[in-house]
Design a protein around this ligand. Structure first.
Ligand code: ADP
Ligand code: ADP
Length: 226
């Protein structure tokens, strides 16, 4: 699904590589943790996969297409296929839970009829049917992140990219959230999660890709042997 080939990234105005000669292959259906210390390049890798950033060197292929060669229509299509989940949720405060999730479809041009069908399905998957008309401030952090996940999955993405999704949550909520990602993955969506939450990574026993100073240092299936 994603082929990252010898990718280096140098941000404008920076003199150190954020990623150096990184290669990584992701198959459809995988569940992958990206781990490593702050500054290792995890967020950069996620931004490159979403094509929010372009590599300075090397290539990224998404379903065999070079993402740097997209035209405007292909770029929109790429982003439609990828659901993003953020540490700080990025919910719209003035909108209800329903409206937050609906907005993700509105910007993609879905009809009101489709929106009325798909939003309740997504809220049901994350267990927030009862909170449809609540505002984000009325929800706990764990619930707000569930809205973030509903917003990501409502457009039926093939890939979910999550950057420190449990960074603001306590351990119990973090574990529940990881189990929700696991359920979404079981239903067929590829999941990539950048995280510092070692205890959860150990517990989940998934593929673990470790970065350090912009380089891939380990890539192991079924957990990580410390
Ligand atoms: P991580 O997500 O693992 O904490 P990042 O991808 O955020 O790592 O950062 C990798 C390196 O790139 C760090 O040295 C960081 O300071 C740098 N970096 C990240 N974003 C930018 C940016 N927009 N401009 C300049 N440097 C950046
Ligand atoms: P994280 O810890 O989640 O990787 P950071 O706190 O490093 O995120 O970065 C927050 C935002 O600032 C990101 O959008 C990142 O790209 C940007 N950023 C990070 N480091 C730098 C930097 N050295 N110069 C400019 N922007 C940066």
């Amino acid at each position: 699904m994603i082929e990252i080939k010898n990718v280096s990234k140098l941000y404008n105005g920076s003199n150190a590589l954020a990623l150096e000669e990184m290669s990584l292959h992701l198959d459809p259906g995988e569940f992958v943790f990206l781990v490593g210390p702050s500054g290792a390049g995890k967020s950069t890798l996620i931004k490159l996969m979403f094509r929010e950033q372009l590599p300075t060197n090397g290539k990224i292929f998404f379903n065999e297409r070079d993402v740097a060669a997209y035209n405007q229509k292909e770029l929109l299509e790429h982003r439609r296929k990828i659901g993003m989940v953020f540490q700080d949720y990025k919910l719209l405060k003035q909108k209800t839970v329903f409206e937050n999730v609906a907005f993700a479809l509105e910007v993609l041009g879905y009809s009101p009829k489709e929106i009325q069908k798909k939003v309740p399905e997504a809220l049901e998957k994350v267990g927030l049917t009862e909170k449809a008309n609540s505002f984000p401030r009325e929800l706990s952090g764990g619930q707000q992140q569930r809205v973030g996940i509903a917003r990501a999955i409502v457009k039926d993405p093939v890939l979910i990219l999550a950057d420190e999704p449990t960074g603001n949550l306590d351990r119990d909520n973090a574990l529940q959230l990881m189990q929700l990602f696991e359920k979404i993955n079981r239903e067929g969506t590829t999941v990539v999660i950048a995280t510092h939450a070692w205890d959860l990574v150990d517990r989940m026993q998934k593929r673990v890709v470790a970065l350090s100073s912009g380089k891939l240092t380990r890539d192991e299936q079924g957990g990580y042997d410390h």
